[in-house]
Design a protein around this ligand. Sequence first.
Ligand SMILES: *Cc1c(COP(=O)(O)O)cnc(C)c1O
Length: 383
Amino acid sequence: MTSPLSIATRLAQPWSDGAGPITPPIHQTSLFAFDDYAAFEARMMGASDEPLYTRVQNPTVAAFETMMADLEGGAAAVAFASGMGAISATLLALARPAARVACVEHVYPDTYRLLERMLRPMGVEVSYHPPAAFAEDANLLRGVDVAYLESPTSMVMELIDLPRTAAHAKRHGALTVIDNSWATPVHQRPIEAGIDVVVHSASKYISGHSDTVAGVVVGSAEAVGRIRDMTLPLLGAKLAPFEAWLLVRGLRTLVPRMRMHEATANLFVDRLATRPEVTRVRSPGPNATPGLSGRSGLLSIELADGIDIPRLADALKHFRLGVSWGGFESLVVPAAITLKQSGEKNAPQRFGVSPRLVRLSLGLEDAEDLWTDFAAALDAAAT
Ligand SMILES: *Cc1c(COP(=O)(O)O)cnc(C)c1O
């Protein structure tokens, strides 16, 4: 499955061999017609896999799926209208009533809400575990059907040892699923570490341009087949052809974008360490856990008690205040706002965040411009 060519080269491959368009056409159609009765019947009976209806199959969407399967080193991929569309379709297909799901603590908040508000009431047993426990406790996954992972975890950026976790899961017959949105296949390829299924919010680095909300699942033909046969057609959260085309376009520059995000993040990590206002930097880098080969531009910092976080946010000129991340533009999210908004009992423990935490998404602006802006805002927030 793993190609001898580097990801950068594979992403630059033209869509078609030889003459013809080098990007895929946008198949902006709901349905595909058949030549004759026999061809229509063959498709309906599953004897051919000609495109039939865009809810389940569309060539532009397939172009994106093929690229993602290749990048992650999986046999198959299936795209969705959002990251949550991909995550809910995966968990609803793989964790049936009475199944046991072991989820990492401090998971993406809407994934937590999906597990608590939808899967648990449907009879799925859910437990949460610290990231380190998945590798350290060889028996954690005994009797578990699905291990749901994120590494690093949302906001607090804690890491899981994926090869060891995958080995334990295989011994216990548990299926492993990981949200790889932060690292992207440029920095981490979980399937090569033995993880079964990778999900992405493609709204983030995969798109890279803050103009699309999308998701994708990559994995074995069997796991992706279950999703494609059940939750893709029946929940119907399919990706639109035009958005698939935007994602193919975004993917072309994934590697240089990730390198630039990484260079800026390295600069920030070095300089944040010299600032007394910053008590902690959460930004996993290369080899912080087995298989992680780079640092992305999404990191969190914690600020000392006297630092006025609203003043910091309002002093920034090149960082916008907004959710999401992974685009060309730099963003900040003060955790105090998300904690207040969530209103959930135990939210700080559930999501692992302190109200002193601020998440930064470093974009593609010049790194020195960003640092100058951020350092000035820290000065303003300290006075
Ligand atoms: C944004 C995000 C999601 C949800 O993706 P959407 O495309 O917004 O539905 C899932 N996981 C992580 C880690 C995210 O940051």
